[in-house]
Design a protein around this ligand. Structure first.
Ligand code: KG4
Ligand code: ZN
Length: 345
């Protein structure tokens, strides 16, 4: 009879930006995933790093406690601690890294550092009842978040090659900054998505950036929307409220077409037809719909993450930590956060 492997219990911590999250996994299966957002940033229209660090400090212990309780696991049963080492805000990362190091030291268990961007992608490997099977290697991932926009060729759990990325703003940043122009609160991405649902995506045409290869640019779109809205408001001061749904639908349509066009090019050039999306903006309904449609037309195998795993969460850190555990890829107590941690070391 083959030897039965022991189940591995991983506690994972994510604190790279403005969500404090802890998850408990048994192998690659979720036992709990607790996420605590931070409302202190709303008044400022964006994340204030110093306030984020302080809120992480307040949230980290109750969030971990809740994750363990929900999982029905005691601290003594945890086999390893996985944590986000970067990229992200240094002060925010410091809270999660320090907590993880202290927990591992106290319990004499391995410490596993995780790259946040790789974890967004590996969220596709969380095993759940009724979910589509994980993608086979190699596959392409469009990772779109508040801080990053990348097309990545994923060759294995570890080996990932960035084929293209944004040369200025990230897609989520474009959503948020345009939302701010429209007077919507932070984070505006989900609100643009909501208002777009009943708007006409062809009502207004915003220009498409001309960027080489698989790279992206979104800062021109933001400026284009600003000038357009200012001009229209000279004619009608209520232009934004009168046409909010159409503006949102048209902006979303443009962002989605920019993303999908480059993804198509990457799939065509590499000959890889397994395509997934990841990151906060992969929650966008327009992007999810467009990817399905293009996938059907182009014959791609498409995988779209559950909403829970799109925006920042510790479940993705836990599953990445699990695969690193199997390779005994551990860090020592000297590990420090890296705000600009690269995909390839
Ligand atoms: O991955 P994430 O939680 O944090 C980063 O690592 O950046 O992504 C957050 C970003 C924000 O810019 C937010 O506005 C955007 O994801 N976002 C969305 C939607 N849900 C979240 N953007 C457009 N439509 C959505 N439904
Ligand atoms: Zn993220």
């Amino acid at each position: 009879m083959p030897e039965k492997h022991k189940d591995i219990i991983i506690l994972a911590i994510e604190s790279s930006c403005d969500d404090t999250s802890a998850a408990v996994f048994c192998n690659n299966k979720k036992r709990s995933n607790v996420i605590s957002g931070q409302h202190v940033h709303r008044a400022f229209g964006g994340v204030v790093p110093e306030l984020a660090s302080r809120a992480h400090l307040q949230h980290i212990v109750p969030v971990v406690d809740q994750a363990l309780q929900k999982a029905g696991i005691t601290a003594k049963e945890v086999d390893a601690v996985a944590f986000t080492r970067g990229p992200g805000l240094l002060g925010s990362l410091l809270v999660g890294v320090s907590f993880a190091k202290a927990f591992a030291l106290a319990r004499h268990i391995p410490l596993i550092e995780v790259n946040h961007m790789k974890a967004h992608i590996l969220a596709h490997f969380i095993e759940e009842e009724g979910a589509d099977p994980a993608p086979e290697f190699p596959f392409l991932c469009l990772t779109v978040s508040g801080g990053h926009t990348q097309i990545v060729q994923v060759n294995s759990y570890e080996e990932m090659e960035v084929l293209g990325q944004t040369i200025d703003d990230a897609a989520g940043e474009a959503f948020d900054k345009i939302a701010k122009i429209l007077g919507l609160p932070y984070p505006g991405g989900p609100l643009i998505d909501k208002h777009a649902a009943t708007g006409n995506p062809d009502a207004f045409s915003f220009s498409e950036p001309k960027v080489q290869g698989y790279d992206f640019s979104f800062s021109g779109l933001k400026t284009g929307v600003l000038y357009f809205v200012q001009k229209e408001m000279q004619k009608n001061p209520n232009f934004i409220s009168d046409r909010l749904h159409d503006i949102c639908a048209s902006v979303q349509n443009r962002i989605v077409t920019i993303l999908i066009k480059k993804l198509r090019k990457a799939a065509f050039d590499t000959g890889i037809n397994r395509v997934v999306i990841a990151g906060g903006v992969s929650a966008n309904s327009g992007l999810r719909k467009a990817l399905k449609a293009v996938g059907d037309e182009a014959g791609w195998q498409v995988r779209i993450p559950k909403f829970e795993y799109c925006t920042d969460n510790a479940a993705m850190i836990a599953v990445t930590g699990y695969y690193k555990y199997l390779e005994a890829d551990f860090s020592d107590q000297g590990v420090v956060p890296d705000a600009r941690l690269k995909m390839q070391l």
